[in-house]
Design a protein around this ligand. Structure first.
Ligand code: CA
Length: 230
């Protein structure tokens, strides 16, 4: 488990690095907000511990950038601030927990472990398999028979929906509302076009065919062959 600690107070930073390393974590320590921001945005961590009061880029900004970039890394704010407003702000910016200085190291450790446990379940198990097709949800990666397939965001969402509900016939109206956030009536052609593109990428060069058209009803993804494709 690799943790990023962003803390400008030298003593606290050293203390955290040493304590967390002794607890068995790999630690990257950033001693200012700019380095912390850079590391948080460019490298992958299992959890980020953020001091709020930093002289350059503060903890709020780092948290905000991360969430805006769609990163779900758990974050714990560690700060001397203790007003209700600050706590609310931290949580609104996507912090998962909040610990006020001075804190007991044992409590920090307990909270870190809770956050890691909570985040581990969805991220580690988020792979969907249908025949030789694999969707890696956190990484947004699709492979078929070991070959990497590049999909657009919409195509990925569409495939994810079909794969999660494998074997179910999904009406166009449902696909429209879940993937495009729009009403069925507006433009159903969009879905047929997207399905065609998706099929060309994940089915054309592979066997067995996975995307099936169920006439008058919708689409489904499954291994079986008794369908009416195309
Ligand atoms: Ca500080």
């Amino acid at each position: 488990m690799r943790l990023l600690v962003v803390e400008d107070e030298v003593k606290t930073g050293d203390y955290l690095r040493q304590g967390l390393a002794e607890a068995g974590f790999l630690i990257a320590l950033a001693r200012n907000g700019l380095d912390g921001h850079h590391l948080a945005m460019t490298e992958t961590f299992d959890l980020i511990i953020l001091d709020v009061m930093l002289p350059d880029v503060d903890g709020w900004r780092i948290a905000q950038s991360l969430r805006e970039a769609g990163r779900q890394t758990p974050m714990l704010f560690l700060t001397a601030r203790n007003s209700v407003d600050d706590r609310v702000k931290g949580l609104e910016l996507g912090a998962d927990d909040y610990l006020v200085k001075p804190f007991a190291f044992a409590e920090l450790l307990a909270r870190i472990r809770t956050l890691l446990r909570r985040s581990a379940t969805p991220t580690l198990s988020e792979q969907l398999h249908v025949a030789n097709l694999t969707l890696d949800l956190p990484k947004h990666r699709v492979t078929r028979a070991g070959r990497k397939i590049n999909l657009s965001h919409k195509e990925f969402s569409l495939l994810e929906l079909l794969a999660r509900r494998r074997g179910e016939v999904l009406p166009r109206s449902l696909i429209a509302s879940q993937v495009w956030d729009m009403n069925f009536d507006s433009d159903t052609n969009v879905i047929d076009v997207a399905i065609r593109r998706l099929r060309a990428k994940i089915d054309d060069d592979f066997e067995p065919k996975l995307i099936h058209t169920v006439r008058g009803m919708g689409y489904k993804l499954d291994v079986e062959s008794d369908d009416e494709t195309p």
